[in-house]
Design a protein around this ligand. Structure first.
Ligand code: OXD
Ligand code: MN
Length: 595
């Protein structure tokens, strides 16, 4: 099949990949409905995908990965910059020459007997000055069909690139034998190149997402004066129709998709508040012509965790999955060919197939302590399905950001919300982000994991240089920089139960954040930052939460924070000379304020 572009750089690279992988056939993905329908039919006929109930879940497909291939593999993920120090202490590193030499024989002839699909795509709205082009070659139809949801793909993607540019990200993926011992997810930031092999799981193989839009893009952003961040983007519409946009970064399992699609409490919706989703996972941010920071969501769909998603926790996410969605590793209800996962409802299907493919009696299986869906099972859903998708979702300019929010899961230390004193202090607040492990996840409760800006597994270069880039961006933005906040929905009481109701009620905290951005509410200065006066958090209509509870949620325990400061100091020591002096200054200031 003929190439879709005249660009010689693209064609030369694709030819090289064909020569290396030696596929029987090559198919350029033009993004047309006919072509995708043909691939869907082929995937169903080979059993790679299962067709779900056309009436209840129109256009939806099911896929099961190998049990050894169900999540991102951080220990097999590499940043291969030429110099080791450019990858930094938080990334696995290998010399690029060595890595190419190791992987090239693994790709040699790997697609014999298979088709190579060539996927041109744009991260970001086509035509946006913030968008970037990628080309992924893969031997997986599953990848093609997921990419069709997650990115804008097809020949149009080349419009941004033009006929001569070399500025595209080269992604090579082969599922090979899905051998976990030979699995590699490798970024070569200086070559705009990603090589992924022996996995067929989303985050490892949908190369536009974590590999490009975060790891490679964070490196590009540093060099080109913009930022690629692991952040949701949402708009808060006020009763007067004005919309304020915020971004937020949380480590995984802290409810990012839920916050992105929040439904405000009744008191707010009655007054005319509404939340619009621009993105649930990744934001690309760049100063606009007016000097403010603008954000686009480079993706076109949601690759969300299914378990826990239900009409209460995230009505909008669930609604997004009701058509044209791919489900991976959830359970099937064989009576009507629909899907089920833990906490979808309390009725596991009787005639079920669990995620590994075994037919089981759902209620009995669950009662015996088993999970029907894999805890990291996923839905890949088109953003356009989301009932609250922002009208600005496709705006090539992006949306102007008023606030950046960091957060984590902390039982005692972090208060419900605080505001940083300024951008530099806000960068410090992001750098000390941390989450405590939950009992469900590891058995060891309360182990603090540092995850600066939620970018620990996604920063494509030295984290110290990344913080320096943040500080630099603050200087460029000056007075127009977004305000920076930290939130914590996860404080617990003496029984270990969450105090704050979370979900839609997080709107009450966003409300204060927006008021702060507009300068319409004052704050109390504490050693860690500015906090609300308890009475400025609206608790109207909340069951069991009073202004006293809020005061409690806002308390700052100086002894705990002194311990915290020690933990930060230990963490910072890893970064050696690359730790910006401003960050040590901020730590010293925090200690001084704690006394
Ligand atoms: C994700 C992640 O899948 O952050 O979005 O792991
Ligand atoms: Mn993510």
């Amino acid at each position: 099949m003929a190439t879709l572009t005249k660009n010689p750089n693209v064609n030369k690279w694709v030819d090289e990949m064909i020569a290396l992988c030696k596929p029987d056939k090559v198919m350029w993905i033009d993004g047309s409905k006919e072509q995708l329908d043909m691939l869907r039919a082929e995937a169903v006929s080979t059993g790679e995908m299962i067709k779900l109930n056309e009436e209840k879940l129109p256009g939806c497909l099911y896929h099961r990965t190998k049990p050894n291939d169900v999540a991102r593999v951080e220990d097999r993920t590499f940043i291969c910059s030429r110099k080791k120090e450019d990858a930094g202490p938080t990334n696995n590193w290998c010399d690029p020459k060595e890595m190419y030499a190791k992987l090239t024989p693994m790709y040699d002839g790997v697609m014999k007997g298979r088709t190579m699909y060539v996927i041109p795509y744009s991260m970001g709205p086509i035509g946006s000055p913030l968008a970037k082009v990628g080309v992924e070659v893969t031997d997986s139809i599953y990848v093609v069909l997921n990419m069709a949801i997650m990115v804008r793909m097809g020949a149009d993607a080349f419009k941004n690139l033009g006929d001569t540019s070399d500025d595209f990200v080269r992604g090579l993926h082969s599922k090979a034998d899905v051998d976990p011992e030979k699995r590699y997810i490798v970024q070569f930031p200086e070559d705009n190149t990603i090589w992924s092999i022996n996995s067929a799981y989303g985050g490892n193989v949908l190369l536009g997402k974590k590999c490009f839009a975060l790891r490679i893009a964070s490196y590009q952003g540093k060099n080109e004066g913009w930022m690629a961040e692991h952040m949701l983007i949402l708009g808060i519409e006020k009763p007067n129709g004005e919309i304020k946009y915020v971004t937020a970064a949380f480590p995984s399992a802290c409810g990012k998709t839920n916050l992105a699609m929040l439904i405000p409490p009744e008191g707010y919706t009655k007054r005319g508040y509404k939340v619009w989703t621009v993105g649930d996972d990744i934001a690309w941010l760049k100063p606009g012509e007016d000097g403010r920071l603008y954000a686009i969501n480079p993706e076109n769909g949601f690759f969300g965790v299914a378990p826990g998603t239900n009409a209460h926790s995230n009505y909008n996410a669930l609604a997004s999955t009701r058509k044209n969605t791919i489900f991976t590793n959830v359970a099937i209800n064989n009576d009507d060919m629909t899907v089920w996962w833990e906490k979808l409802d309390n009725n596991p299907p009787v005639n079920a197939t669990e995620w590994k493919g075994e037919k089981v009696n759902g209620p009995e299986y669950v009662a015996a302590g088993n999970k029907l869906a894999h805890p990291n099972s996923r839905f890949t859903a088109p953003a356009e399905n989301c009932p609250c998708i922002s009208p600005e979702f496709n705006n090539p300019k992006g949306v102007p950001i008023s606030a950046i929010i960091f957060g984590g899961r902390r039982a005692k230390t972090a208060p419900l919300v605080y505001q940083s004193f300024n951008w530099q202090h806000g960068t410090f607040v992001g750098s000390i982000m941390a989450s405590e492990t939950t009992a469900a996840a590891t058995g060891a409760v309360g182990v603090v994991r540092r995850d600066p800006m939620a970018m620990l597994p996604f920063c494509g270069y030295h984290m110290g240089d990344y913080w320096a880039h943040w500080l630099e961006m603050g200087k460029i933005l000056g007075e127009k920089a977004p305000k920076i906040f930290n939130v914590n929905w996860f404080r617990t009481d003496e029984n270990g139960d969450f105090i704050w109701p979370g979900y839609g009620d997080n709107m009450r905290v966003l409300d204060w954040i927006i008021d702060r951005c507009e300068g319409t509410v004052d704050a109390v200065e504490t050693p860690i930052g500015y906090e609300p006066k308890p009475e400025d958090i609206n608790v109207e209509g909340l069951d069991g939460i009073t202004t006293e509870t809020v005061a409690d949620l806002l308390s700052v325990d100086k002894d705990l924070w002194k311990e915290e400061a020690k933990g930060i100091e230990e963490f910072y020591a890893k970064f050696g000379e690359k730790l910006p002096k401003e960050m040590s200054e901020e730590l010293a200031n925090l200690k001084a304020r704690l006394g």
